[in-house]
Design a protein around this ligand. Structure first.
Ligand code: SAH
Ligand code: SF4
Ligand code: F3S
Length: 436
């Protein structure tokens, strides 16, 4: 008798931040190592994983509609297993089974190392949601989605409890990896041809294990073959002078920092439990620019936090003008279950939040365009990421300052290479260039 072994296939759909993107790469790495293959399409997968985000209500809604859609898939192919991973999994837990009977597994971000065993288990519904005190000691294989640049986790969780934020509840307390384990991983990546690493954590600059963050950057900077080092995200309070010095001194550390401000009003920052006043933040920006005049600075802003007055909002608008960010991500405040801000008096109506958000975005768009116009005619090193998603005749990549540059396709240029590009034209969210 001939026994045919049919390889099971998995598909992962990812929502949310870079941490989730990289967690999905790790889950894919684990499943591949356990003998499964990545499905070309969700429709031919035996295991469908949703790696979810609950940072704002909108993110949760997106996932809910996906979950509804997938019900019919399970009806047609009852053998398909469905897993919910990520921050909604952690937050809602086994409640998900009640609301969505077609889900088989619920696995939180601290337990992704268990995904391989989980999907092999038969029958009953399973959860993996416990706190994982050993998470920083794990070394998981990752099936990386990109050529040239790679995500590398250096710390997990968050201790900050900003009053609006769900992350400390879904990702647990801060834990940092040992430096040798991080260095080993990055040396391996450099050997495999990766040119850029982005160090990941909810609060990377509070990294502390056997070394601190500036010291870790020094060590990574020495790795042969590696060309670029990035890191996200930074908390303004933890941006030390030593980190600024390290950024200035180390040639591989890129001239970009993402430093979420959240609000220009010191009163609102207090209610947000951010631990700095607007003046403190501005001082850090001045220090960064003093040392690195061409550094690009991006940020996050929340519009319409509880009790925010026209004056508070005006302070944020003023801050945008004063600082001149290269770009921002801005969001309407979204009350998240269990957070302090969701219970505060003085919640604002949706239309007022939307109005303020639009004003913030409109003003920033103007600032970004002026900044980008200033780059026209200059030449920049671009790490090529691949074909542009909107134009198959163009390649896309990023400058060291993290600006997206699109330029004409060339058979001699492949993803992962670093080339010199002249900036021809600035747009709101990207630059147009030509290879020199
Ligand atoms: N750890 C990162 C941020 C993670 S969340 C940091 O502290 O910088 C990314 C962004 O989402 C935050 O910076 C914040 O601007 C936004 N955000 C978080 N919770 C939110 C909420 N409840 N409503 C609206 N925006 C929120
Ligand atoms: Fe959330 Fe604040 Fe932690 Fe960032 S630092 S993840 S905003 S609690
Ligand atoms: Fe979302 Fe969790 Fe990241 S809530 S933003 S996936 S940490």
């Amino acid at each position: 008798m001939v026994v045919y072994w049919i390889m099971k296939k998995f598909s992962i759909k990812t929502f949310g931040c870079q941490m989730n993107v990289h967690d999905s790469e790790k889950m894919a790495g684990i499943l591949k190592a356990s003998g499964m293959a990545q499905a070309e399409d969700q429709s031919d997968a035996d295991i469908i994983i949703f790696n979810t985000c609950s940072i704002r209500q909108k993110a949760e809604q997106k996932f809910r509609s996906e979950l509804g859609r997938i019900k019919s898939v399970k009806k047609k192919r009852p053998g398909v297993k469905i897993a919910v991973a990520g921050c909604i999994a952690q937050q809602r837990g086994a409640e998900i089974f009640k609301r969505a009977g077609h889900v088989d597994y619920v696995i939180g971000p601290q337990n992704i190392h268990l995904i391989g065993d989980m999907v092999k288990s038969e029958g009953v519904k399973k959860t993996a949601l416990e706190d994982n005190p050993d998470i920083a000691g794990l070394e998981l294989p990752a099936l990386r989605g990109e050529k040239g640049r790679a995500w590398v986790s250096i710390m997990y969780g968050c201790n900050n409890f900003c009053s609006y934020c769900i992350v400390p509840y879904t990702r647990g307390r801060e834990k940092s990896r040992a430096s040798e384990s991080i260095l080993r991983e990055i040396r391996g990546l450099a050997k495999d041809g990766f040119r850029e690493v982005t160090l990941l954590g909810q609060n990377v600059n509070s990294f502390r294990s056997d070394t601190d963050f500036p010291e870790l950057l020094h060590k990574i900077n020495e790795i042969e073959g590696l060309k670029r080092i990035r890191f996200v995200t930074n908390h303004p309070r933890d941006l030390s002078d030593r980190l600024v010095e390290a950024m200035e001194r180390l040639d591989k550390v890129c001239e970009h920092i993402h430093l979420p401000l959240q609000s220009g009003s010191t009163r609102i920052l207090g209610l947000m439990n951010r631990g700095y006043a607007y003046g403190d933040y501005k001082e850090k920006i001045d220090k960064l620019r003093d040392r690195m005049p061409d550094i690009s600075i991006t940020s996050d802003i929340i519009a319409g936090f509880p009790t925010e007055t026209d004056k508070d909002h005006g302070d944020t608008v003023k801050a945008l003008g004063e600082i001149g960010f290269d770009g921002i991500f801005a969001f309407k405040f979204s009350p998240r279950p269990g957070t302090a801000a969701s219970l505060m008096e003085g919640q604002l109506p949706e239309d007022l939040k939307a109005e303020r958000l639009h004003e913030i975005l409109r003003i920033q768009d103007g600032i970004t365009l002026v900044k980008n116009k200033g780059l026209e005619g200059s030449i920049a090193d671009v790490l090529v990421e691949g074909l542009s998603q909107t134009d198959g005749d163009r390649l896309t990549g990023r400058t060291r300052t993290n600006k997206i540059v699109n330029f004409k396709k060339d058979p001699g240029i492949s993803a992962g290479s670093i080339i010199r590009v002249r900036i021809l034209e600035a747009k709101k969210h990207s630059l147009k260039g030509e290879v020199v």
